[in-house]
Design a protein around this ligand. Structure first.
Ligand code: R5P
Length: 312
């Protein structure tokens, strides 16, 4: 009998179930409850002694989702699981990855330390805010790319006048890779952030007139960046705007902004985030099979590099 066991926290059970199903398996049962004051209690329902355990939990807000993951790792360690892999489709707190002003935290490093301290042996995640965060871990970390599944959708949008836009300078590398695969031009939007959750478009670099533009970002949070970029591109003469992002955070009035913006046609997102919105403009592409494949290969000590084959 295989010693591979997959369990889920409560942050994105649908994705976890689909990951397990893609491998022809069921999730192993766990009980997770809250005490009256909110404290989390959990228990593995089946024996996991000596098992190769994969805990699926995105760490989107509230922070209890992250704490729940730590508690699940701790319980697994104490129950003598052979190896504990934290599968974190959306890795939160990654945006604070450096001291960009005095007296602030580097939360990405803090989160990495806490996962390791709790007892995780390895981590599988997708589209970290910056890939360098991998270096914050001293345990093995496999970093998957949402583009592996998203680019397949984009092939259907092929147009003679296609351009890929990065909404900020930090996203140029990803946008350039998409542009190469789709044989499209590259556009860069020079965005500034005067304060948290506020974005201003300063300049557009590249030819946009008459182009069908795909704006690529790792995540859409308040939607400010995406909507402002899309509108600026349309005002600069773009023919159409399509959005692509891996992590559909969609906080605050993001959905209203997207729904109300005439500039935006469609936004392709993945299911790393639990679906908590309603919009006919948003199309979800599942990453369940990709994570399933990564789990199976990790379990079999097989290489996962071919999972990056479509684009890096
Ligand atoms: C920034 O560097 C990120 O890639 C996203 O562009 C940003 O976090 C999106 O945030 P919002 O949707 O709130 O503008």
């Amino acid at each position: 009998m295989s010693d591979l066991v997959i369990v889920s926290g409560r942050s994105n059970e649908t994705l976890a179930e689909n990951i397990a199903r893609s491998l022809g398996r069921n999730l192993s049962p766990v009980v997770i409850r809250n005490f009256s004051d909110g404290e989390i209690w959990m228990k593995y329902e089946e024996n996991i002694r000596g098992k190769d355990l994969f805990i699926v939990q995105s760490t989107n807000a509230p922070a209890e989702n992250f704490l729940e993951l730590l508690i699940m790792i701790d319980a697994a360690k104490r129950a003598s699981a052979k190896r504990i892999t934290a599968v974190i489709p959306y890795f939160a707190y990654a945006r604070q990855d450096r001291k960009d002003q005095p007296r602030v935290s580097i939360t990405a490093k803090l989160v990495a330390n806490l996962l390791t301290e709790a007892g995780a042996d390895r981590v599988i995640t997708m589209d970290l805010h910056t890939p360098q965060i991998q270096g914050f871990f001293d345990i093995p970390m496999d970093h998957l790319y949402g583009s592996t599944v998203l680019v397949k959708k984009l092939f259907e949008l092929r147009s003679e006048n296609l351009a890929i836009a990065s909404p900020d300078v930090g996203g140029i590398k990803t946008a350039r890779t998409y542009a190469k695969v789709l044989n499209a031009d590259l556009v860069v939007v020079d965005k500034r952030r005067p304060s948290h959750n506020v974005a201003e478009v300063m300049n557009i670099i590249g030819e946009v007139s008459g182009k069908d533009i795909i704006v690529i970002d790792d995540l859409i949070d308040t939607g400010t960046t995406f909507v402002k970029c899309s509108e600026a591109l349309l005002n600069a003469g773009a023919k159409s705007i399509t959005g692509v992002c891996t992590h559909a955070v969609f906080s605050g009035s993001a959905i209203e902004k997207i729904n109300q913006s005439d500039a935006i046609k469609t936004v392709y997102v993945t299911d790393t985030f639990p679906m908590h919105w309603e919009s006919s403009k948003i199309v979800t592409v599942s990453v369940a099979e990709l994570f399933g494949e990564a789990i199976e290969r990790t379990h079999n000590n097989a290489s996962i590099s071919s999972l990056f084959d479509i684009i890096r």
